[in-house]
Design a protein around this ligand. Structure first.
Ligand code: ARG
Length: 581
């Protein structure tokens, strides 16, 4: 599917080279949206300076050399030297027809496939997933889906926090409760927040318990089999809970994607040794530290990254360095996308810098932190429960589904839905609303979690988009035709038909941009623009009651491409699309 902007850019570049010589062949043609045409090329203005000529004359000359065949219907020089370009209706229709006839909507797989590790979700064992993990989970899943669709080899990686000093007290607390409490799924263990807090309280209040806990950490790190067995019980309880949330959300992560911090345990010592051998890690005040250049503290003093604490223990940074080394040496990835909260930005900058010093990261390997912004409550502060605790994800999602039910039941419907169908749709609407709201803002901006705003059928919301797709499906049902059987040919006569078809042609390049920048909100914005163009079309162009057979066939075909674009786009965002609503 050729992006009109790129097609016009190539044509204008050819004209530049024909008019002013081959050295102008890759000048930026400065193609922009236009108020008076489909697009405009503004290159004449900067070029005129360079050539020492009048911009309008330069524009006239480009226009004279422009090959318009098959693609461009009209060229006009306006203002100081803008080239207004109008695409040919037949070309737009032809490209929309190509999309209709292609299983991938005319979007090719990438010619340069990469192996990309997308690290996302990454909750902590024996702790409740909170709303911050909601974002890292949803955004990461969308990034993974988009990259996969474009033909990249995606390694999904859930870097679960499953190691470290808290596990001493957690294991001892489990022993106090009795292992069978976990086996019975007793709430003393399965309510993870309560379990963690109870362990913490004992640790702070009971010296003997704290001692046991510390000894337990040592046993864990030494690989004591009995301790590892107990640790595994905690990991399993947590995994069950994570999977519950993932299924609830329709996220593609499975147990196979988990490579928690514990996975790198045996690699920590060799990683540290290599840093010492290379002279990157040095002992400072008893701790082994690296000082990546350019990082300074308040007083301008070099900022250390601690790699081994003075008590000999490793920490979060050490694990992240071992992880990079593993991904580069063993997994041989070309790109790593870390979908993690924005507050960890400095941590990742320093980790990447040290990894570069060690030669693990080179120009061939791209590492990027997709910084996830905070989720705020309607009071503008970080989202908390009324009692001030962390909001449990599972409960938040259940509330979304419940509220979606109330909003959904207000829709006027010809035929009533049976309970099971209604429940399935309402679930999709509630979850889709939460996911789309999250994905439609830039991932690094904060947003206010507001059920009323996200669960509505009007505006830039998941339910609006789901409804647009369902409405198209209902046209096909009424017309007694399957969307796959719409064959066109697509002919564009009405402005709303043309605008819709033109919008559909942008899908491929939007996906590429979203993949390159790891920014799914670009896709979210695009899907909304398609639904909007469809709504205008729907209001102006009767489909089943089209004036003649040819218009009916063309409009059904446009509906079919729109439906597939919406469903594919929403699927890549991880937003479910119920067939009827
Ligand atoms: N478990 C961490 C948390 O909940 C996120 C892990 C991020 N990934 C990493 N490689 N450090 O904040």
């Amino acid at each position: 599917m050729p992006d009109p902007q790129l097609v016009l850019a190539a044509r204008v570049q050819a004209a530049l080279s024909a008019a002013f010589g081959p050295s102008y062949a890759d000048a930026d043609p400065v193609i922009r949206p236009s108020q008076f045409a489909d697009l405009q090329a503004n290159v004449a203005l900067p070029l005129a300076k360079r050539l020492g000529r009048k911009p309008r004359d330069v524009a006239d000359e480009i226009a004279a050399r422009l090959d318009t065949a098959d693609v461009i219907a009209n060229v006009e020089v306006s203002g100081p030297g803008f080239l207004n370009l109008t695409l040919s209706d037949a070309w737009i229709a032809g490209e929309a027809q190509n999309a209709l006839e292609d299983a991938r909507l005319g979007i090719p797989e990438t010619a340069a496939p990469q192996r990309v590790v997308v690290e996302y979700s990454s909750p902590n064992v024996a702790k409740e997933m909170h709303v911050g993990h909601l974002r890292t989970t949803i955004v990461g899943d969308a990034i993974a889906r988009i990259l996969g669709f474009l033909g990249h080899e995606v390694v999904r990686d859930n870097h679960v926090g499953d190691w470290g000093t808290p596990f001493g007290m957690l294991i001892e607390h489990l022993l106090d409760l009795g292992e069978d409490a976990a086996a019975r799924d007793d709430s003393s263990v399965s309510d993870l927040t309560a379990f963690y807090q109870a362990a913490r309280q004992k640790f702070d209040a009971d010296e003997a318990f704290a001692d046991r806990s510390r000894r337990r950490v040592v046993a864990l790190q030494a690989g004591d089999p009995e301790t590892l067995r107990l640790w595994q019980i905690l990991v399993d309880v947590s995994k069950r809970y994570f999977n519950l949330v993932y299924r609830q959300l329709g996220v593609t992560l499975t147990d196979d994607d988990i490579k928690g911090e514990s996975f790198y345990n045996d690699m920590l010592a060799p990683t540290v040794r290599e840093l010492e051998d290379k002279g990157i890690a040095v002992v400072s005040e008893g701790a082994l530290c690296a000082f990546p250049p350019g990082f300074t503290g308040r007083e301008g003093e070099p900022l250390p990254m601690i790699i081994r604490k003075s008590d000999g223990g490793y920490n979060y940074s050490t694990t992240d360095l071992a992880t990079i080394r593993y991904r580069v040496d063993t997994e041989r990835v070309d790109r790593m996308v870390y979908v993690v909260g924005a507050p960890q930005a400095l941590h990742f900058q320093m980790v990447f810098a040290v990894a570069r010093m060690a030669g693990w990261l080179s120009d061939d390997v791209q590492a990027e932190h997709a910084k996830i912004g905070n989720v705020l409550g309607t009071d503008g502060k970080i989202l908390k429960t009324r009692a001030g605790g962390t909001v449990k994800l599972a409960e938040l999602l259940e509330e979304a589904v419940e509220r979606a039910g109330a909003v959904f039941d207000e829709i006027q419907r010809d035929e009533p839905l049976d309970d099971a169908t209604r429940a399935a749709i309402v679930r999709d609407v509630g979850i889709g609303a939460v996911k789309y709201a999250d994905l439609s803002v830039a991932l690094d901006s904060e947003y206010v979690f507001d059920f009323d705003r996200m669960i509505t059928f009007n505006g830039k919301t998941g339910p609006y988009l789901q409804y647009a797709a369902a409405r198209i499906r209902s046209i096909f049902r009424k017309g007694g035709l399957a969307p796959e059987d719409a064959a066109g040919p697509i002919v564009l006569t009405e402005p709303a038909e043309r605008a819709l078809a033109l919008q559909l042609l942008g899908f491929g390049s939007v996906l590429e941009q979203a993949a390159a920048a790891a920014e799914p909100h670009k896709l979210a914005t695009y899907v909304y623009a398609v639904a909007d163009a469809y709504t205008t079309f729907h209001e102006n162009c009767p489909v089943l009651k089209a004036p003649d057979e040819a218009a009916r066939a063309s409009r059904l075909a446009l509906c079919a491409v729109t439906l597939r674009t919406l469903e594919t786009g929403l699927h890549l965002l991880g937003v479910p699309t119920p067939e009827r609503m």
